[in-house]
Write a protein that binds this ligand. Sequence first.
Ligand SMILES: [Zn+2]
Length: 298
Amino acid sequence: MMLPWLENVHQQLMVSFASGRFHHAQLFNGLEGVGKQLLVKQLADALLCVQAESLIACGQCKSCLLNQADTHPDKRSIRVDGQSIGVDEIREISEFMQHSAAQNGNKVVVLQQCHKMTTAAANALLKTLEEPSAGRYLLLTTEHVSQLPATVLSRCARSDVKVTDTAVAKQWLANLNINDYSWLSLFVKQPLLVEKWQADEQLGTIDLLYKFATEIKDSHNFSALVDIFSKDHALIGIFVLFLTEQLKQQLIAGMDFFVYQKAQQALTEFIHNSSKVLGLNLSLAISRLAFTLRECNK
Ligand SMILES: [Zn+2]
């Protein structure tokens, strides 16, 4: 199943594939939750399928079955949960690319969050990018294309993956019965992130964060917030996004620009500090942030 907002990108890839201009290194840039992973998976399946028609996997051949079981010997997926992708991972890729393929002759490497490559890793990758072998494909994804070195960028074919028509994404979410949250418009371009929240039963928590963000100036008890953040650190970013959005609205409504900057600065500091602290200190950081925001609204 192709996500409706990915059809454009997929169409372009099919055209370049059919005309023999398909680049061996494809870079996909886009927000978290837009569907890069799914797109790259469908692409890898198609490249490895022994009877694929115009970049669509048949779903039935031996290659496709191996992919469905996630055991295809000609596919390698690198996804780093830590801070960086090191030179060892990249060397492993080049070595993998050099050996002959087991199935239809193609080999595919998926490198997710490639902006996490260290400088040494990026340099090591250059060799693979510069000397492509027939039937070897590298599929890279990133949420931060600006963090990639120009040397890597210039050697890839880049596709920007995004929701261009928000009505389409809204409808897709509505089909999942996700429609009546006041914050939904902020994430409509990251539909799979919202879908994941639903699957993880986190929609209520996100809603609570939104409520906290809109009422932070009047709140004094932040223990519920600390509880939420302690369980899932990534939610701090969501909370700050809600606060940032509010500030923007206040600026539009006439907030003094210097006051706005001061509040924005407090948010930046909060994000910076909260990545290091937990528990009691986190509670303190939230109180301090709330205090500053309160001062800014006087
Ligand atoms: Zn197949």
